[in-house]
Write a protein that binds this ligand. Structure first.
Ligand code: SAH
Length: 411
């Protein structure tokens, strides 16, 4: 092992890494120890104490990613295969759902599962992999083959995450695999049906917005059910209807869904029809829902006061980066302030933030500003987060990205 590169961490920069934080930026690496090219390396303190094995890549925006903290466990192909396997096996209970009430769930949640830059979701018989790190891209054939061997899916669809391609120097790519072999689909792939908590959703296999489903809100959709009976509900940023279908099933008087994407709006309405046809929603559900393509900021501004008993706000990541945080806070504040002003007295606001760079405490503070400006009292009824198949790794606080508060607004 004499030719293994050794990277030395600057004195004082090693503490978080010894606590298993997996990211090392260039400023923490001793200049004299910077490897000449991308490689697997031994990472040590300035006193030569072993920290971990890592993947160094000068073209990655995170130049060194730590993989294995055990000196005798080298992150070779076998390690990748076993780490993928362990991650899938941790989701055992989802595979044991014999009634198939839920067939969409995450099997790899990136760094939180010790696999940097890899997200993998099961959608029924299909697996979708999204890569956001160069090392994940380089190891993709091992990852695909490990998943193939374990699950034998009908198809694996792999794509690079377009929001990371520029900073990771990756191309926007979609690859399709059947029985572990790459193939090029010759015709349009058929839509697939997935189930979550007994409700059906259809999606189009491939990459892009319409091909996904956010299973991180699974438990929160169930929590919503206790507030919506006979209620007038606004599902803001409804996407394909995750919250809307639950509200309809539990007996909301009416649900108004709003999303800026017309594709999402169409898909939501067809999901309502699908569930009515399959008997998982009452036939009158079609009359209890409207879906509109609109900007949620505009919609909230122009809607009348005291119309809604329940408002759900689940916007996309408003803070993409730490730099964008200040503007994002203003946007979250405005969104929530307007909802608090317009909701009925005693109304329930389910408000979410999936911006990883905005902490839970900061989000709460923003909500307090919103309440102050709206001139209302607000009670926190529930503090929620991401579903358990999207775990938060204690040593990696960045893995806690979804913050959800269920609030009561008192005027
Ligand atoms: N609540 C959804 C997921 C929401 S994802 C579910 O349970 O599945 C965020 C959604 O916000 C996307 O569908 C996106 O199209 C939509 N969106 C983005 N900007 C928006 C805006 N300004 N107004 C309304 N919707 C917006």
């Amino acid at each position: 092992m004499t030719d293994t590169a050794q990277v030395v961490i600057k004195s004082g920069k090693e503490k978080n890494l010894l606590r298993h934080h997996p990211w090392v930026f260039s400023g923490a690496i001793e200049d004299s120890s910077v490897p000449a090219e991308a490689c697997i390396c031994r990472v040590v303190t300035s006193e030569q104490r072993f920290i971990a094995w890592g993947a160094y890549d000068p073209e990655s925006h995170i130049q060194l990613r730590l993989l294995s903290w055990k000196q005798d466990v080298l992150p070779d192909e076998k390690w990748w295969r076993e780490t993928v396997r362990a991650s899938v096996i941790r989701r055992r209970r989802f595979f044991e759902d014999k009634a198939s009430e839920t067939t969409a769930f995450r099997i790899i949640h990136g760094e939180a599962d010790m696999l940097p830059g890899i997200a993998a979701d099961v959608y029924g018989k299909i697996v979708r992999i999204i890569l956001s790190a160069r090392i994940a891209w380089n190891m993709r054939s091992v990852v695909v083959s490990a998943i193939e061997d374990l699950l034998h899916p009908q198809m694996i669809i792999l794509n690079t995450d377009s929001s990371f391609c520029a900073i990771e120097h990756l191309h926007e790519v979609t690859e399709y695999y059947r029985q572990g072999q790459r193939f090029t689909p010759t015709e349009k792939l058929e839509d697939i049906k997935i189930r979550e908590s007994g409700l059906y959703y259809s999606l189009t296999p491939g990459s892009g917005q319409k091909s996904g489903f956010y299973c991180d809100q699974r438990e929160n959709r169930i929590r919503l059910e206790q507030y919506v009976r006979d209620a007038e509900v606004l599902d803001g940023c409804s996407y394909t209807g995750g919250f809307t279908l639950h509200a309809l099933r539990t007996g909301a008087r009416h649900v108004q869904a709003v999303d800026s994407s017309s594709e999402a709006v169409h898909r939501l309405l067809s999901n309502v029809n699908l569930n009515v046809e399959l008997g998982t929603l009452d036939p009158d559900s079609r009359d209890r829902v409207d879906a509109e393509k609109a900007d949620i900021f505009e919609y909230l501004r122009s809607m009348p006061r005291n119309k809604y008993d329940v408002i759900i706000l689940d916007p996309p990541k408003l803070a993409q980066t730490i730099k964008a945080l200040e503007n994002a806070k203003k946007a979250y504040k405005e969104l929530n302030r307007t909802a608090m002003e317009k909701i009925k007295d005693g109304g329930i606001l389910v408000t979410c933030s999936c911006s990883g760079s905005l902490s839970r405490e900061e989000f709460r503070t923003v909500l307090a500003w919103s309440a102050k400006d709206a001139g209302v009292e607000v009670q926190v009824l529930e503090t929620l987060g991401q579903a358990q198949d999207h775990p938060v790794r204690l040593s990696f606080p960045e893995s806690e990205y979804l913050k959800v508060f269920i609030l009561r607004v008192i005027k």
